[in-house]
Design a protein around this ligand. Sequence first.
Ligand code: ADP
Ligand code: XUL
Length: 533
Amino acid sequence: MSLFLGLDSSTQGVTAIVLDVDGDRTRVAYESSFDFDEAFPGYGTVHGVLPKSDPTVAVSSPLLWADALDAILGAIARSGLDLTRLEAISGSAQQHGSVYLNASAASMFARMDPRRAPAAQLAGCLSRPVAPIWMDSSTAIECAEIADAVGGSAVLAEHTGSRAFERFTGPQVRKFFKQDPAGYAATDRIHLVSSFLASLLAGRHVAIDPGDASGMNLMDLASATWWRRALDATAPSLASKLPDIAPSWTIAGTLSSYWQQRHGLPAARVVLWSGDNPCSLIGTGLVREGLAAISLGTSDTIFGLMREPRVDATATGHVFGAPTGDYMGLTCFTNGSLARERIRDMFGLTWPQFSEALAATPPGNDGRVLVPWFDPEITPPVLVPGPCRYDLALDDGPGHVRAVVEAQMLSMALHSQWMAVNFDVIHATGGAAANREILQVMADVFGADVYQFAVSNSACLGAALRARHAHALASERGIAWTDVVRDVAEPIAASRLQPDRSRHTMYRDFMQVYARFEADAIRRRPAVTTLNA
Ligand code: ADP
Ligand code: XUL
């Protein structure tokens, strides 16, 4: 009987999940979390972000993350679990965020005083007091500069998996180098949130895994090594400041004596951390090509495993490394639940009435179409919001209900085609996955079986499962990923919705028609974002 710990340092808080593996049975033995704002009000964060006057700037505090790690490890130590059985620890962190450390960090990691909390001891190790995070959009100029220097957006995407995005680490590093050259020069090591926290656990600088490194615009995706041309385009001497890149299942060391003495924890293995999206791939059980997860949350996201690193030619999607050593494609849509809610509220419906309207209208909606960009859209990139209606009367409630759901599903199918994966099974998560009428449209559009997937924190669960996988690889004959995810990262078997073949055939044609409506809706607005190069 062995325990495996997964930690997740997200935008707003930290979570821990402990898995208990007994023979071939796995169960969640413990779960807890802290909210940054509530547990550490002294840092002054709001939803995990430090207040800034510039709305494009989003930064947080690495010291807060360190203190939160301390708090959650303390809680685990007091949980009553038999921690002598704790074999390995891994983690997940919000992607893209970066931590800037001076040369004193390496020795400090190794000699921290167990009587004192980590933050106070680490404060002198920061060459930049704050860490830019994924919500930051202040680097448009640097994105354009980097893309130009490497030969354009398409070249950058082809090599790194994504065109330059404001929140990605490379453009953030470049902005820091330009704004504070002395601070940049004093920086000895630039970590991601994931590798910073893993280093803190191991008591020494550890590597970044390809899953999180692919969110930097700096890694050559195919070889999982730093791409020299991108490094040179970003900032001088960058290669010497970056950690190595190593496989996600690398054992980075054992829990340092600091944590062992501070909380009485055992010398468990510390496995490299990864980003929250790569960890969620595992936590939603997507361990083979053909499985996708669609999250119907505030925004809608589709992601799935890819055996080959195919890149999105339209440059709206991302390819990240997957913790299995494969790749993952991910495309995000802003107009998700909020757009569905807007239609629901516009016609004064409850969710059950929304579902009834969906069931009462014909697939294809008799040609009534809505392009539901109530807010600026990420995919396709649309800055100026405003929905467009085609043959859809303003007072046609049921028509709007079907039109918004069909548009969202068709758009997701259309803009995930670049992954060139035939998804045969979809795990539906997020609040709107409770709605089976919506999921039936999903099944029909994708021609895939759709399962409801009950998941509270797939990133944290994925981290715990990764710890188990790496430990098995290091100590036994290894373990198949299908065995890793069994019991805890599987969909609800009885929830299966099957596609109707004739409706799927209809939707395949309709998708091309919908693509033309999207193009028309883009043409109609005064200004639309274009790729930055
Ligand atoms: P977040 O991305 O913030 O974590 P959730 O995954 O919790 O969001 O999803 C919340 C959303 O789920 C709500 O905004 C609501 O629109 C939607 N939702 C909840 N129940 C239903 C339902 N029965 N049908 C459609 N949408 C629903
Ligand atoms: C992905 C992204 C977010 C963060 C959230 O590109 O920016 O999903 O990882 O933590």
